[in-house]
Design a protein around this ligand. Structure first.
Ligand SMILES: Cc1cc2nc3c(=O)[nH]c(=O)nc-3n(C[C@H](O)[C@H](O)[C@H](O)COP(=O)(O)OP(=O)(O)OC[C@H]3O[C@@H](n4cnc5c(N)ncnc54)[C@H](O)[C@@H]3O)c2cc1C
Length: 399
């Protein structure tokens, strides 16, 4: 079996290294940084949400347009297989938290990274090797580093990540390498990112989380996407799962009217509000509103915080209800790639075989993880895909 070179020692490259090691295949991982897995270390706020233990069919629905494409990877290397591998082969205990998210019991992403690196063996990893270009001929691949070193191999796994959080090493150079070998790159855009906003609610309520909000994105009067979940206000914009998942849908140029409509209290109708007001007619209207949303948000939504329910007119009540159910955040800036958790875009999926992750353009080239045009929602989906795609690539290589 020909030797395999893996470009990128991030999550996907390390998983590929583990599987190659287990199969007894010859390989080397080339990583530009002085250590592997810099992004892996900051995943899950340093706790590493390594996978999501949902049934593969359900899990696959969290990958947007790529749901169908990712299914074989999640079915062949299921979250359960991933957990068995990590506990059995790497000797790391795992736990499952809310919404099926899986973490190491130690709550340390460094344990995941370190166990993978020691399983792979340092002899199989070349750090400080920044791949500048690749040539392919009938003998295989030659990878040349920025400082002129060369590594040759019969198979190449391209696992150089996306373009987001470039300080971790994944700066889009994997896309340039794929493109130089003839692949089409779907334009990279931030996914899973904070959405910038100057709205006074955002700036005044920084740090406040609102549970179970529905966010709808409108572009020039047309609703283009919608998400639901927790919304977190930060001093610069909208964050938390609901906003971060919507970020990938924001147009890459703001042209015309772009706004997000937030429904902070989806169960509250005019009748619900009226009944509540009648029951608490002597209470302050803002206190009744604060039954549905955090008090600080209720205060901003009500504006008048001194009126009793019995004194509130129908038009004020309806106005407050509208602000509760259809609060409008104007979007004037696009989300930032530098702080996005994931990249939308990458190697065009029509050029990759979803059963092997082999390139349809270059024989013996495999493209995995965020280097492909796949991005998942938050909750362990992106690492689950890094693992599954690498598993299929290695399975194809080692037969
Ligand atoms: C803050 C943050 C938190 C996250 N939390 C989670 C989470 O809890 N769960 C989850 O599922 N996902 C999470 N993600 C997303 C997840 O980390 C990525 O989807 C995943 O790391 C992608 O793996 P990858 O191997 O494809 O890319 P990366 O992990 O980015 O690895 C690519 C590697 O290739 C190297 N490289 C790039 N170019 C070259 C080159 N030219 N030569 C040599 N080496 C090169 C890079 O240095 C890097 O080490 C998070 C992301 C961020 C930023």
């Amino acid at each position: 079996m020909a030797k395999t070179v893996v470009i990128g020692g991030g999550a996907a490259g390390l998983f590929a290294g583990c599987f190659l090691k287990k199969a007894g295949a010859g390989f080397v991982i080339l990583e530009r940084n002085e250590e592997c897995g810099k992004k892996l270390l900051i995943t899950g706020h340093g706790r590493c949400n390594i996978t999501n233990n949902k049934e593969p069919r359900i899990l696959s629905s969290g990958y947007h347009e790529a749901s169908r494409f990712v299914y074989p990877a999640l079915r062949r290397f299921t979250p359960e297989d991933c957990m068995d591998f990590i506990t059995g082969e790497l000797g790391l205990k795992l736990k499952t938290e809310e919404n099926d998210r899986v973490f190491p019991v130690s709550d340390k992403a460094s344990d995941v990274r370190d166990r993978m690196v020691s399983y792979i063996g340092r002899d199989n990893i070349l750090t400080g090797f920044c791949c500048a270009f690749v040539t392919a001929d009938e003998n295989g691949f030659t990878v040349t580093s920025e400082d002129g070193r060369k590594v040759t191999a019969g198979n190449l796994i391209l696992a150089a990540g996306g373009k987001s959080y470039p300080m971790t090493g994944s700066d889009g150079s994997g896309f340039a390498l794929a493109s130089s070998m003839g692949h089409t790159i779907v334009a990279p855009r931030p996914a899973l990112a904070m959405i910038p906003s100057d709205d006074e609610i955002v700036t005044r309520l920084s740090g406040v989380t609102v549970r179970d909000v529905v966010l709808s994105l409108f572009v020039n009067g047309k609703k283009t996407a919608s998400t639901s979940g927790d919304l977190l206000f930060t001093h610069k914009g909208l964050s938390g799962p609901a906003a971060m998942e919507l970020a990938r849908e924001i147009p890459h140029r703001i042209d015309g009217d772009v706004h997000i409509c937030a429904d902070f209290a989806r169960d509250v109708t005019d009748q619900v509000l009226l009944t509540k007001m009648a029951e608490h007619s002597r209470s302050l209207f803002v206190n009744v509103t604060a039954d549905f949303v955090p008090r600080s948000l209720a205060e901003m939504i009500c504006t008048d915080t001194t009126s009793k329910c019995s004194d509130v007119s129908a038009s004020v009540r309806k106005d407050v209800l509208r602000r509760l159910r259809e609060y409008r955040f104007e979007i004037t800036k696009v989300p930032d790639m530098a702080s996005a958790y994931c990249t939308r875009g990458g190697v065009d999926l029509s050029e990759i075989d979803r059963k092997t992750y082999g390139s349809r353009i270059v024989p013996n080239l495999y493209i995995v993880g965020e280097n492909t045009d796949v991005d998942g929602i938050s909750g362990g989906y992106n690492l689950a895909f890094a693992a599954g795609s690498s598993y299929l690539a290695v399975s194809s290589i080692v037969g």
